[in-house]
Write a protein that binds this ligand. Sequence first.
Ligand code: ZN
Length: 550
Amino acid sequence: MTSLVASKQFWQLRSDLKKARELFKLTASLPRFFREKVSLSQAEEGIKRALENRNNTFLELARTQIYEYPRSPYLQLLRLVGCEFSDLCAHVHYHGLENTLRKLAMEGVYLTSDEFKGKKEVVRGGFSFRVCPGDFEFAISRPAFYFQSTGTKNKPVSTSTSLDWLSLRALGTAVFSSAHDLYSYSHALYDAILPANSLNHLLTNAKIGMRTERWFARRIPANNTLEKLYFRSVTYLIVLMGKRFGPNFPRPEFLSIQDIRRIVDWIAVEKRSGRNCYIITVASSAVRIAQMAWKLGVSLEGTKFNVAGEPFTEAKAKTIEKVGATSTSRYSYGGGNPVGFGCARPIHRDEIHVSQHLVAAISNAKPVPQVEEQIHPLLLTTLHSAAPRLLLNVENGDYVVTEERECGCALEKVGLKLHLHHIRSYEKFTSEGMNYFYGDLYELFEKVFPSEFGGEPGDYQLVEEEEHDGQTRLALKVHPSVDNLDESKLLERLRIALANGSRGNRFMTGVWQEAGSFKLKREIPHASPRGKILPLHISQPKIKLRAREG
Ligand SMILES: [Zn+2]
């Protein structure tokens, strides 16, 4: 036991020292990062060049990071299917990168989301092993800082972002900004400070010479004092450096949900000065801003939201459009790996261009097992060593429709022809007999309930709580602002909807059919630290919550 504690302390110390070293490098490198801006023409050229060299870049990455790295989990999978480096080269050159990745996936060279996170053993044929997230990090040390996933469904995961990676990401941001005419807008960010990844947006904007006028921020609780100190100091360090060397760098202005009116006021002031506003945020927060504007009778005409973090549903989009605003989306994996940018001439609501210069995206021909409907998981592959992690056919829990089409927007003109849309999660919530698709709840809570019982997206939420006796109880939270609610009719409607379940998945009613195990609460639905209101909230056991608050 003692040696285990000592070992844990050793690894913690090693990780803290690594962070401190990288922070020192970061401080020294930031002035140059801000000075060397990326122009639109440089960005266009950079993407075109990267696309031309795509196959070779991937093969070089495979050679140095997989075939010359005996501990690589991908090497184990490739060896299992008898794919040596020369075979990989021949296949990529002859059949192309995506076809090679599809073939490898069919043979078993892929990782499910749970396998990648080390939550499940990788089992292929008679062979099995387990991975840990550190197996996928690049050994190259670059000036970087860390952020964390907010752990909505899983334990928070730390990811590093290097300045090299942000410089590469800036190429796509520049072309995306040109496609949507964003260089002429007033920019703001409404998202949390570190450990959330919103600094990435401020830094890439600065890299392309774009000023961000305001940073409306949310606070995120840290796990411990040391972590809190790290996140605070890095945030303020980057802000200070940005103010000194960047085009403009806003300080975070902390807002509670009740203060959201300040964002609407800012938009109104900018509009009076003849400027349209562009706000990067999560989808639920964009909806909340639109709801506030509606309540105040303020038109948001000319305002554009860039939303991500949750499925951008039709109901959310309609709430935003009701006040005259428009939206586009971005799509990333784990915050640090951008997958794509919203098309400027979309046919579908959530249509994005895949950043093919940085990532390869395919649908696995092998469907998700034990699901009646044919669902083909999205598989992602990293194409650059500056990325936070090396992915080779890794599932992220989503499935999509892929399509190559000539939309005519600036993103397509640089060669990013692959589009994704209808991005949905297939990861199921299974607890206490429940078994259903997460996506189904969006339809029910954002569209069906508001149209039948009143209210808007974000007003209904299913909450799973662990009570003192260890029993899991479900409650339907309904925002107190929903008037004249027929509670028993609503519960009956919920019961029927869940019992029928779509996609052939039946909701097992066992838990909440028991008397008293399912109730309705008139409370404001829970928002995650980043502001997301998910249709199902699973509250953490109280003991863990106390530890996080400390
Ligand atoms: Zn397009």
